[in-house]
Design a protein around this ligand. Sequence first.
Ligand code: DGY
Length: 319
Amino acid sequence: MAKVFVTRKLPGGALDRIRQAGYGLEVWEGFCSPDRDTMLAKVAGVSGLITLLEDRIDAEVMDAAGPSLKVIAQYAVGVDNIDLQAARARGIRVTNTPGVLTDATADLAFALLAATARRVVEGHDYVRNGEWRCWHPELLLGPELHGATVLVVGFGRIGQAFAKRARGFDMTVLYTSRRERPEAKALGARRISLEEGLARADFVSLHVPLTPETHHLIDEAAFRRMKPGALLINTARGKVVKTQALVEALKAGHLGGAGLDVTDPEPLPPDHRLLHFPNVIVTPHVGSAGRATRVRMAEMVVDDLLAVLSGNEPENPVI
Ligand code: DGY
């Protein structure tokens, strides 16, 4: 019987369909990724794998699975944890979950922007710590959302959904993209170079995948170009930002604050320097964590896994 290994329990009932389709199913019950040795042992002889963004799926894992491995279905849109070249060389299909998590991720990016600008977490801590004694005209002032200029770095599905939310708050929207995007017109967004956009924006929100080109895209030079007091929002991948440069920009007071759903390293240790800044909000990589979104993502990975295993074309092929 062909076997499938899933590296975590997934919400909803989608995984049941793997067993119903006649495959052997093993689901890792741990909260975090199996350790390396366990992963290598668990994948031996499987035909299909369902993976998460923290599972490092490289040539060693593929070879440990052996020639039976036909498909790696990634429960995420980002696939930077999978060695695509190694998969291609072995004729293994890789699929992901684009589209379905666009709105949930854009919602969280906007929530981080609003919370960082209007100092929501600082306000909550102020109340919780018993510091709220009276109303004061200068208490917890922050930049206005309406009327601000936002730079959307990367204008794919999530970048566009974020732009739509920014327009709803009467912001001027600038975006970077390798090419002019026809969708921008309806969103009232204008294409600009990264350099110029960084210099003009009050808020910068990152929506690019992690690739060799985007690794440390936001480094010391990028922070220097940003307007004093600007805010950085990252719901893309932690390594798009050079953490050391981010810390320095915050320390110097040049950066007004940051809202981060992704960090480098990830998970961020509780004693990390980033967590010492009151104007930094960090959430634990939960951009797509809408209940319905996560159930739908499970349906998508199972659909594509079963499609490949039964000799059909998956709906969301990466390769
Ligand atoms: C993704 O899909 O890449 C997100 O980071 C997790 O849902």
